[in-house]
Every structure is written in C-alpha cells, then in structure tokens.
Design a binder for this molecule. Structure first.
Ligand code: ACO
Length: 331
C-alpha cells in the first residue's frame, strides 16, 4: 500500500491583533496574569469584514495549493476541522468549496475540537494510502472571538482563544517522507469539563432569551481539570503511538503540539524527557486556535527552518470531547 505525506501548507490570519493589555480594557485581567498562566502575549481576532471560518480558510487553501503546484481541480476531498462552524448547517466545508473553485468536490466537516486536525489528517492519510484520493485538502479554521464571554465569569476562557486558519495538502508520500501513523482517542464521559451547550437540539426550544441571559451560549471550562488531564493523556498517547510504530523518543526531532497553553506543552515535553528546544511553541502570538493550531504551528516551524526533509515530527493534541491523539511523520 502507498503512503501519504503533507505536501504543503498555507495559512491566513485576521489582521486585527489583540494584545493582553487590550483585553485588560475589555475584562478584568492583566498582561502579567495571562503571560504567566498561558504564555500568550497577543492573538488575532476577526473584524466583521473578515467573515467566518470558511472565509478565513479560503486564502490558506489557495496558498497551500499554490505551494504544492496544484489547482482546485486536483483536490479529491476537502476535510474541514472546526469547533466554530459558520452555521449550524450546512458545514463549513460546503461553504468553502465555491470560495476556492472546488464546487462538486466532496467535503466533510470534522468536529473534534483541538484534536480536529489530527482526526482530519488521519482520514486524509487513509484516503491517500488506499488510493481513494490523490490529494486531500485538510483545513483547520476557527473564529472564536465572536463567541467569548467577556464578563468575569468567562475571563479564564476568553483570554485563551484566537482566530485563524491553516490548510495542508496531503498527497502521496515516499518511503523516506511520509505519515507513519496516528493514534486517536475520544471519551464523552468528561464532556462537561469543556463545552458549549446552547443552542442544542436537546433543548426545547434550542435557544431562548433565558438561555442567553444565563450565558449558556458561551463556552464553559474547568481549566484545572483540562490542564491535569492533558498532562496525563498526551504522554500516554505518545508512548502508545511510538510503540505501535516501533519508534522511540530519541528519533523525534521536533514535537509540534496543539497550542492550548505553553505550560501544558512544556510539562508534556518534560514528562516525555524531550529537551525544551525540541518542543515548538507559537502560542505567544496566536493564542489557542483549536483545530487551526497544529497546521499554523507547522507553518511557523517550517518558516523557521525547523521542518526539513527527513526530520521526524511528532504532533499531539488534547481538547474538548474529550479527544486526544498523536501523529508521527517524517517531513
Ligand atoms: N485574569 C485574571 N485572573 C483570572 C483570570 C483572568 N483571565 N481567569 C481566572 N482568574 C483568577 C481566578 O478567578 C482565580 O482567582 P481566585 O484564586 O481569587 O479564585 C485565579 O485566577 C486562579 O484561577 P484558575 O482558573 O484556578 O487558574 P489556573 O491557574 O488554573 O489557570 C487556565 C487558568 C490558564 C485557564 C488554566 O487552567 C489552563 O490553561 N487550563 C487548560 C485550558 C485549556 O487547555 N483549554 C483548552 C483546551 S482546547 C479545546 O478543546 C477547546
């Protein structure tokens, strides 16, 4: 069976930069608190003209296709990972297609939050390996800023999230440049530690003025539990993946984790015994962009010359669901 690899990356960020100091004018927080707890200095937030996740994704997809030397007609499948879809339905993948000239191409939305990109990458890998597709456009795109609770009750969540999009073209690999494998997990037992419950089809009706008044349309998070579970589950899934692939941590040149909190990633690196220079961070300028964070981090790592042909890259993610996973690639 053939293999697959990431052929190219593209990204698009809203131009509005929101610093911690600016957030301090909107809600009761400080630059010092945010930096110390999360490593974040600033993030991007959309303005109304930027549109939604599909609009942010379109330039990222165009860049990724250009860099792969491909045209929209070469795309066999679009996978769109997001937890902030443009609409309840149809999916953001469908909305993206006419923006990039891919009308008629199958599109699948992936709703696995911070692990969404790894789920999408794994699906793309299977399609390419089996020959069902030659080129899959894998997108992570989020607009969080329009749905954050800027009151005191929501400040521990509001300071974390940023908007942005990135895309990867996944196509045929070679024996020396390929996705080795991905291990994925999910468990709804702890769904309530990080969730937005309204509007939801289990509520009669889905959204009322009382729901809005109570702020039920905002994300709720037990940050400490998320922090603790991420620090346990991510090292476990890395060991599971390395064992399956017959690899070891000494083989890893760079860990590119989902950027949820710099302290989580530093602790995961420490627990795995990786030296700090092998753990990539770009959360300082982007915040947590959930499904977009891993492809955005790959884009930044490549721009910094950290991804060269033959480098062994470990990707990890943990987030709402709960969902978590890891992928091993040779770039
Ligand atoms: N500014 C200032 N003070 C704040 C803020 C803020 N933005 N937010 C909370 N505080 C206060 C609290 O009120 C509390 O005050 P108190 O001691 O007087 O009660 C104090 O700071 C400590 O609050 P904690 O919530 O316990 O702070 P903690 O050290 O746990 O840090 C944080 C909070 C940064 C959210 C951390 O728990 C974290 O990063 N958790 C992981 C979150 C995460 O990764 N989420 C995304 C997963 S991705 C996905 O799937 C969407």
């Amino acid at each position: 069976m053939r293999s697959s690899r990431i052929l190219s990356l593209g990204r698009h960020l809203p131009s509005r930069v929101v610093t911690n100091d600016e957030l301090g004018e909107l809600l009761d927080t400080t630059d010092a608190w945010i930096r110390k707890r999360t490593g974040i200095r600033e993030r991007r937030w959309v303005v109304p003209e930027d549109g939604g996740p599909a609009d942010l994704a379109a330039p990222a997809c165009r860049e990724a296709l250009d860099r792969a030397g491909l045209t929209p007609s070469d795309v066999d499948l679009v996978l769109f990972a997001t937890l902030t879809p443009d609409r309840t339905f149809p999916g953001s993948g469908c909305l993206l297609l006419p923006l990039i000239g891919c009308e008629g191409t199958p599109a699948l939305d992936i709703r696995n939050q911070c692990t969404g990109f790894l789920y999408a990458l794994s699906v793309a890998d299977q399609f390419v390996r089996t020959g069902a597709a030659d080129h899959v456009l894998v997108v992570g795109s989020e607009v969080h800023s329009t749905g954050l609770d800027l009151s005191d009750a929501g400040r521990h969540v509001a300071v974390l999230f940023g908007d942005g999009a990135a895309a990867a073209v996944v196509g045929p690999g070679t024996p020396s440049r390929r996705i080795h494998g991905t291990v994925l997990h999910a468990d709804g037992t702890h769904a309530d530690v990080l969730t937005t419950t309204h509007p939801g089809s289990r509520h009669h009706p889905r959204l009322t003025a009382a729901h809005l008044e109570a702020g039920l349309h905002f994300p709720r998070m037990d940050g400490r539990r998320v922090f603790r579970m991420a620090c346990e589950k991510v090292p476990d899934v890395v060991h599971e993946l390395l064992q399956l692939e017959g690899a070891c941590l000494d083989d890893v040149d760079l860990l590119v984790p989902h950027q949820a909190n710099q302290r989580i990633n530093a602790m995961v690196g420490e627990r795995l015994g990786l030296s700090p220079d092998k753990v990539f961070h770009d959360i300082a300028t982007l915040g947590n962009t959930t499904a977009a964070s891993i492809p955005l981090a790959l884009y930044d790592a490549e721009a910094q010359g950290l991804l060269t042909p033959g480098s062994r890259i470990l990707l990890t993610a943990f987030g709402a669901g709960l969902t978590w996973g890891a992928s091993l690639l040779t770039w």
